[in-house]
Ligand binder design. Structure first.
Ligand SMILES: [Zn+2]
Length: 113
């Protein structure tokens, strides 16, 4: 969302507003009370977003637009799925791949006799 403040020429600011807010950092978005209000505004959307996702789970024709909006709200509230992978899992996968690789018979036919 773009900042709703106007510049000296009377035109809209055009900068991105702070998440959940209506103004950019330059036009008051950095003030603690504005940031608190923005956080509360975003947090108030979490329950409706979860409701939308719950409805989509039961819907015969799920709407991608509704799902994207609900996920965006949850993401902005820091409720996105974890994308971390542990090094153990990577090492285990590598070991599995090596084990499979080592089981592949050697196809070379250089005629050692
Ligand atoms: Zn602005």
């Amino acid at each position: 969302m773009k900042c709703t403040a106007k510049n000296r020429a009377g035109k809209r600011c055009g900068r991105d507003s702070i998440p959940g807010g209506r103004v950019c950092n330059f036009h008051g978005g950095g003030a603690p009370q504005v940031q608190t209000a923005a956080r509360l505004r975003l947090a108030a959307l979490v329950d409706p977003a979860i409701g939308v996702i719950a409805k989509l789970l039961k819907a015969k024709k799920p709407s991608n637009v509704n799902l994207a909006a609900a996920r965006d709200i949850l993401d902005r509230n820091g409720l996105k799925p974890k994308e971390e992978r542990t090094l153990d899992a990577v090492g285990e996968t590598l070991e599995t791949l090596l084990a499979v690789y080592n089981r592949i018979p050697d196809g070379s036919t250089d005629g050692d006799s």
